[in-house]
Structure formats: C-alpha cells, structure tokens
Ligand binder design. Structure first.
Ligand code: WQD
Length: 336
C-alpha cells in the first residue's frame, strides 16, 4: 500500500486525516515540529487505529531534514497541512507567515521533485475567495482581495502549485479549500487544542462550557443575515479527513492543478450554532452581543457540488454531531 507524507500531521486536521489514512490501510509518515501540537497526539493516533505513523520531529523548512524523510521512505504523495493558521497573528507577523506558509510549500516542491514524488494535496482555505464574491462560493469564482496575510499565504501557495503544474506535465496538485472545520474524532482522543484564548467560535464555546471562559461575546448582531449574527459553513473535521482520502484517490490518475471546496453547502449562524450546542449537550451558555470583529464577513458558505461530482465526496455529519463531538473532546482533553 502507498506511503503518504503528512506535513503538520500531528495538528488538528492532519491528525484526523492520519487516522483515516491508517484505517484505510495507507502507510503514513508525519513530519511535524510540534509548534502547534504535541507528541502525545502520535500515540493517540496509534491508540485509535492500532497502527503507528512514522514520526519525524522536524520543521518542513529544513530542507536537509525533509530530504532524509524522502530518503528513508518511499513517499507516493504529500498532504501539506503544516502552516500557521491564525488570522490575527498573520496581521502582526506577515513576514513570518509568508516565510513559513509559502516557504514550506516551496521546500516541499523542491524535495518532491528531487525524489520523483509528483502528487501534492494542499490544505487551502475559503479565505482565498476574498470579500467580493457572491455566495455560495464556487471554485470558478475569482480569488484574491484576501482579508488577511494568512489568506494571502494560502493564495500565493495555490498560485505556486498552479504554475508548477504547468511547468511539469507529470505533476498533480489537488487544492482543498476548507470552510470552517469543527468537531473531533468520536473517540475523544484527538481534537483542536488552540494555544491561549481561542479566536475561533467552537473552541471558545467548548472552553466556555468547561468553565474556562466567562461569557461568549457574539461579534455582531446587525449583519444582514437571518438572525443578525455571522453565518459560516461549519464542516466536521472527520468529513474533512475523508475529503483528503478522496483527493488522494483522484490524484492517482491526475495531472495538473485542481481546486475543490470542502464544505457542507449549508450556512449556520453564530446563534444557531450556540443553540444547537446547548440543546445537544444539555447546557446553557452565557453570551453578550459585541461589535462586529474587524475583517469578518457577514456570511459565506460553499457550493460543494464539484467535490461531489468529481471526487465522489460530500460531507455527511450534522451540526449536532459536530457539537456532540466537540464537547466530548473538550471534556476528555483535560485528562490527556
Ligand atoms: C466564526 C463566526 C465570528 C468567535 C476562521 C479563519 C479561516 C479558517 C476558519 C483557517 C464569525 C463569530 C467567533 C467569538 C463570535 N481558518 N465569533 N465570537 O473567522 O469564519 O474563519 O477560521 O483556515 O481562515 O478566518 O471563524 O470561528 O473565528 O468565526 O461571534 O468569540 O463566529 O464573528 O461570525 P472564521 P471563527
């Protein structure tokens, strides 16, 4: 069976994809410097699947270290998750974000070329659609006018992949534009573990429910949406992982560069998500309305039809599943 390299494979999306790959019979190699994760995740991937990924504690910018990974393993394809993902931090340190997020893409492409590996699956983001497109977003829409340096690092990496595919007719790049990943594996052993105060809604909700936060500030109640609060396309991280396996299958007979939205195609508001979380978990969460957060859009969600037509993939899990699994992880993670 094929061996797949997951850069950032100890992270939130990467670890869930590693579980799915191992359960599907792939050999997996994880390269992660653990700046936004921990070695215990590797052990828990083994606990869940009964199989161990090979783990290299390296920074993907380190070309010599990455070269060794390819020397020591017959890598058939690369899933590139490694990257900084904080919108707020990217505004404070844009150069660091470009160096890391774009630099790792370049180092990977050079090393892959040297070792004859031509299949690249890229972790991109819906933020590449910027703020001028109508919803739902389709892959044919123009990209650009990104709201943050983080979004631009994803778009620049996409551009590099499109150009690399033109230069090398044997190269395959499958670009996956994530919407809002939330939830956790049903085991409660892996999940999102943000450093410090969470920027993102669901980890903030679960920390609030666990008594680690006092109140949820709802950023904006005057948006032109059905209840005035922001609307997003929340997708279960396990559905996202399954999307990567579908992308891997597609890349086997594919050359060129192709982008796919990985979303549910449904928009859910902040209030709707909070109410679902309360209902599913039998909790009541204190909240207050606060001013809009700078850079936020009122509403966006995916047209997920292309991934269904071409990859044969669509999201299966519900908002209730996402709320139940997120809460289980929050409670479990305190003992890990
Ligand atoms: C969702 C909604 C907030 C926190 C970000 C990144 C994006 C992607 C996913 C990486 C918005 C509201 C939030 C809070 C709130 N990450 N909110 N109170 O901003 O849609 O996307 O994460 O690829 O690139 O930009 O996600 O979870 O931060 O916000 O009211 O305490 O929840 O205003 O409407 P976002 P989010």
């Amino acid at each position: 069976m094929e061996t797949v390299l997951l850069t950032g494979g100890a992270g939130y999306i990467g670890s869930h994809t590693a579980v799915a790959l191992l359960e599907a019979g792939y050999e997996t190699v994880i390269a992660d410097d653990l700046t936004n994760s921990e070695a215990g995740v590797i052990d828990r991937i083994k606990t869940i699947t009964g199989r161990s990924p090979r783990f290299y504690n390296i920074n993907v910018l380190d070309a010599a270290a990455l070269d060794r990974v390819f020397e020591e393993n017959e890598i058939s394809a690369v899933l590139h998750f490694a990257g900084f993902k904080s919108v707020a931090n990217s505004v404070k340190d844009p150069v660091g974000y470009y160096k890391n997020n774009v630099g790792t893409t370049i180092t990977l492409l050079e090393t892959m070329k040297k070792h004859g590996c031509g299949r690249f699956v890229f972790s991109s983001s819906a933020t590449v659609y910027g703020c001028n497109n109508p919803i739902p977003y389709t892959e044919a829409m123009p990209t650009g006018s990104c709201a943050s340096p983080y979004g631009w690092t994803k778009l620049v990496s996409e551009r590099i992949l499109f150009d690399a595919a033109v230069a090398d007719s044997a190269f395959s790049a499958v670009i996956l534009r994530y919407f809002n990943p939330i939830g956790a594996h049903e085991s409660g052993l892996i999940g999102e573990k943000p450093n410090g105060v969470p920027d993102n809604l669901m980890p903030y909700i679960t920390q609030l429910a666990a008594g680690k936060r006092d109140i949820l500030r709802v950023f904006g109640s005057d948006y032109p949406t059905r209840d005035g609060t922001g609307v997003r396309d929340y997708i279960h991280v396990c559905d996202l992982a399954a999307g990567h396996l579908a992308a891997l299958d597609y890349s086997r007979g594919h050359t060129g560069a192709e982008a796919f939205n990985l979303g549910t195609g449904r928009g859910v508001s902040v209030l709707e998500l909070v109410r679902a979380f309360e209902r599913v978990n039998g909790l009541s969460l204190p909240l207050e309305y606060a001013p809009r957060r700078p850079g936020d859009l009122a509403e966006y969600y995916a047209d997920a039809g292309k991934a269904e037509r071409v990859l044969g993939w669509r999201a299966e899990k519900t908002i209730d599943d996402m709320c139940r699994d997120s809460w289980r992880w929050q409670k479990n993670s305190e003992n890990l």
